[in-house]
Ligand binder design. Sequence first.
Ligand code: PRP
Ligand code: ADE
Length: 179
Amino acid sequence: MTDIQELLLSRIRDVADHPEPGVVFKDITPLLADPAAFTALTDAFAEIATRTGATKVVGLEARGFILGAPVALRAGLGFIPVRKAGKLPGATLSQAYDLEYGSAEIEVHAEDLAAGDRVLIVDDVLATGGTAEASIQLIQRAGARVVGVAVLMELGFLHGRPRLEAALDGAPLESLLTV
Ligand SMILES: O=P(O)(O)OC[C@H]1O[C@H](OP(=O)(O)OP(=O)(O)O)[C@H](O)[C@@H]1O
Ligand SMILES: Nc1ncnc2[nH]cnc12
């Protein structure tokens, strides 16, 4: 494990039985409170944005907003929010999905993405992959291309990576940490 991976891992707190029994919740608030760790994470994601030739960064509500916005600025790119249903005021595209604990629906402003856009999706945790898969579908339906998915932590035992393989169509899934 690299020094940066050790730093990031040390700032993620396991919370048993949240938000429901049996789930070990990966809490990133200690990482957000540590500027050295937050900067290291932002730099690592920004390098992925540059390497994949991304033209836009999409962040997934809510933790993907916190992580994705500084990545977009660091990489010199625009930031596009994918929000939970009912929050965006303009014309939207919607996608329903299941995640590790429950189900939800996400939306993007249709006008925010277009053919020719190369999107890096940023989020904190890849668990079952339901959220990431729905966001890939949403971005593709908006006419844009997903050039990568970047997550802080992948929960390997929930098999999100194989689930995303078809939707990614060769684009990389970059996880900084795998448990
Ligand atoms: O791979 P999956 O099983 O889909 O789970 C991963 C998603 O779950 C969490 O978001 P959540 O919907 O809890 O939203 P939040 O960031 O608003 O807490 C996390 O931030 C990912 O977006
Ligand atoms: N175990 C977990 N911890 C944090 N976020 C999650 N999203 C889905 N599963 C999660």
